[in-house]
Design a protein around this ligand. Structure first.
Ligand code: SF4
Length: 202
């Protein structure tokens, strides 16, 4: 069994917090385990809990549509959540639940080693930059250790407030350029350039 499969097995059997008691299925995450881009949402909703898969409800359809606008499919990226089990009535995650579940997410990040983590909404952004408003931070990539964090609105937010949709679409469209900008300095360094360029478009 691979390290990733072992992690999925542990999540599916986990009883570290009370959310384990009411779940139908845990939702570890899915997609490419060698992806450049990792999306982190908040927690599973009704359909995710039923199917054991992330982002398969209405917010998932928004995410699929956004991926298509930049020529990607779900299989090209990795998709997961802060919490692997559904909070009752889709309430916000509690701090003790985030703390209990956080080790799984940390292991996923380490195993997948993406180039960019796209945080969907305020809870996953808060894991990396606590206490900052997503409305101000969105659309600007930031370094967090060796990783780039790219905060954007949660797809569910545009279902509740359609006025946020243009911002989410625009932020999404900049993702390919961000990946290119990250890759360029790496290739230039490999070719022996002494002063790699900064991220140009941001
Ligand atoms: S939410 Fe996370 S910590 Fe809580 S039971 Fe599910 S997998 Fe375990």
């Amino acid at each position: 069994m691979s390290e990733y499969q072992e992690l999925v097995r542990e999540i599916n059997a986990c009883q570290k917090c009370a959310l384990s008691q009411k779940r139908t299925n845990a939702v570890p995450g899915e997609g490419s385990t060698t992806a450049d881009i990792m999306f982190i949402g908040e927690g599973p909703g009704y359909y995710e809990d039923q199917q054991g898969r992330p982002f398969v409800g209405r917010a998932g359809q928004v995410l699929n549509d956004l991926l298509a606008t930049i020529g990607l499919k779900r299989e090209d990226v990795y998709i997961t959540n802060m919490l692997k089990c559904r909070p009752p009535e889709n309430r916000d995650p509690l701090q003790n639940e985030i703390a209990a579940c956080g080790g799984y997410l940390d292991r996923q990040i380490k195993l997948i080693a993406p180039k960019v983590i796209v945080t969907l909404g305020r809870f996953s952004f808060g894991k990396f930059f606590p206490g900052e408003a997503i409305s101000k931070a969105r659309g600007t990539p930031r370094k967090w250790g060796d990783l780039w964090i790219y905060p954007i609105y949660h797809p569910a937010a545009v279902l509740h407030n359609p006025r946020l949709k243009p911002a989410l679409e625009n932020d999404f469209k900049r993702l390919p350029e961000l990946i290119r900008s990250i890759n360029e300095p790496a290739s230039q360094e490999a070719e022996g350039e002494k002063e790699p360029q900064q991220l140009s478009m941001f």
